[in-house]
Design a protein. Structure first.
Length: 113
């Protein structure tokens, strides 16, 4: 993928749009108490984040997924802001094509784990 910049751009742009859409669905489901939908959306976020190496997003999505399976809406509510935060940081670095900061963000997250 690194040698095909157009493909990389398409994948990242699609990924960022998808995350944004799924977070909206999670927030709506949280408002209606639909833990099953939350868990399913978080599962998809986790998988797609893992696929591109966005470990910070994948980790938080996993926590939301599990909390959804247990019906723990309070925990989900406290974690949704993390997905917003991490996806926004990723988006800013991506749009600015600041790849060193993008890589550093995920490396530093992994060191804190």
């Amino acid at each position: 993928m690194m040698s095909d910049n157009k493909l990389a751009e398409k994948i990242m742009d699609t990924f960022l749009e998808d995350i944004h859409r799924r977070v909206i669905i999670i927030k709506q489901a949280l408002g209606s108490g639909d833990a099953h939908t939350i868990s399913a959306q978080a599962h998809t976020i986790r998988n797609s984040s893992s696929s591109i190496g966005a470990t910070a997003l994948a980790e938080v999505a996993y926590q939301i997924e599990v909390a959804g399976q247990w019906g723990n809406l309070i925990k989900i509510g406290s974690l949704v802001s993390k997905i917003d935060e991490y996806s926004e940081i990723l988006k800013i670095h991506w749009l600015n094509r600041d790849f060193k900061r993008l890589i550093s963000f995920y490396d530093n997250f992994n060191c804190r784990r």
